[in-house]
Design a protein. Structure first.
Length: 119
């Protein structure tokens, strides 16, 4: 894997795990999708935004990293129960929110940084 792709996956993984790690302190739930409000979706958008800003490319790296980070946190720090497979399916779907936010932010970052300054 190239260095840029590895960086993108790593950044996205850390930010994806952070969504889960911060959930107990912000909303009082160990699993962010158990929160009564929009925390999980909002947190995924914010984390995706940050990921796209820090490491805009490759786009696929954001999705892979988000899934690896969230799933890794869940496996390492939470009890895995009989609904684990269903949770993985939800996680795969919700990670698209992270991907879209990261892709849009990364696109804008690259587009705006490559634009020549007019004076």
């Amino acid at each position: 894997m190239k260095a840029r792709a590895l960086l993108t996956v790593a950044v996205a993984a850390v930010l994806g795990a952070a969504v889960w790690a911060l959930s107990p302190w912000i909303v009082g739930q160990q699993e962010p999708w158990d929160a009564g409000g929009p925390y999980y979706l909002f947190a995924l958008v914010v984390a995706g935004f940050a990921s796209g800003l820090l490491a805009p490319r490759p786009v696929w790296g954001h999705y892979v990293g988000a899934v690896v980070g969230q799933l890794g946190y869940e496996v390492l720090f939470l009890r895995v129960g009989p609904l684990f497979v269903l949770g993985v399916a939800f996680l795969l779907g919700f990670s698209v929110v992270f991907l879209v936010a990261a892709a849009l932010t990364g696109f804008l970052r690259v587009r705006l940084s490559s634009r020549p300054l007019r004076g």
